[in-house]
Ligand binder design. Structure first.
Ligand code: PTJ
Length: 247
């Protein structure tokens, strides 16, 4: 950490998260563009009140059931996700019996290795997406994200894609996969296309998804993602109205 942030600071947690991204960038985990993506996330987090909303809690429940029911689930990881919650990624993979695959938008061997190393240091046994012999291409994507592991994302039935660009989510849906995403922007293409969108900061939501997944629930629940996203937007409006009263 570069800054000595006093715990009494009103935005202590969010400044700490920002510092994790900055040190992730300095350690070759995060792309330059990842810092911009984080800034966008911070703005949306501010709008939702920097806390987990009721609609996000409902999406987390649906996501845990989807992961528990999956036959071949994969947690796709990028630079920002790994910089923010490496330990939680390993924990979630263990509890839900999911594979972990590195899949980068701004791909480079250097970053892939740094990401794989940090995950291994945090306890991961196998990281997919590192072996060119096992790779294949997913149709409908122009970016480096099209390169996927045959035994991972390519053959998965459920894929968790955090902080994502829209193209891949659309391509994965066309390939008939169920998609869970974390995205603080409820209006992004990924948020709108996924089967379950968790509109929450991944640092809060991962912890909740882990504790929810420990329940190992497989009961059927009906979850309407579009309806839930509408509720999220209403929650944001309500938060802003409340704040406006105090201006
Ligand atoms: O590591 P790479 O090369 O795979 O690149 C990763 C980034 C994130 C740079 C890449 O996927 C990208 O450019 O993503 P976008 O299109 O900027 O989308 C990122 C989305 O994540 C935006 O809608 C942000 O609001 C959201 N976001 C940012 N930080 C968080 C977040 N959502 C949840 N938790 C966050 N901490």
């Amino acid at each position: 950490m570069y800054m000595n942030i006093p715990k009494s600071h009103p935005r202590y947690l969010s400044l700490q998260i920002r510092e994790k991204l900055v040190s992730g960038f300095d350690n070759n985990l995060v792309a330059k563009e990842g810092l911009l993506a984080h800034g966008r996330g911070e703005a949306f987090d501010y709008l939702i009140g920097e806390k987990t909303t009721k609609s996000a809690k409902d999406a987390i429940k649906a996501a845990s059931i989807m992961l528990n029911q999956a036959e071949n689930s994969v947690i796709s990881v990028n630079g920002n996700f790994v910089a923010l919650c490496p330990k939680e990624i390993i924990q979630l993979a263990k509890i839900t019996n999911s594979k972990i695959e590195v899949n980068l938008f701004y791909s480079s061997e250097k970053r892939k290795k740094a990401i794989s190393n940090i995950l291994k240091k945090s306890g991961a046994k196998e990281i997919l997406g590192m072996n060119k012999k096992q790779s294949t291409k997913l149709k409908g994507i122009d970016s480096a994200r099209r390169i996927v592991d045959k035994n991972g994302i390519f053959s998965a039935d459920v894929v968790l894609v955090p902080l994502e660009d829209g193209d891949r989510t659309i391509a994965l849906k066309k390939a008939k996969k169920k998609i869970i995403t974390f995205d603080l922007n409820p209006l992004s293409r990924t948020a709108q296309t996924a089967d379950v969108t968790i509109v929450d900061n991944v640092t809060r939501a991962m912890k909740l998804l882990i504790s929810e997944s420990k329940k190992q629930s497989k009961k059927q629940i009906s979850f309407d993602n579009k309806k839930n996203l509408k509720i999220t937007i209403l929650e944001i409006q309500k938060n802003l109205k409340r704040r406006a009263k105090n201006v």
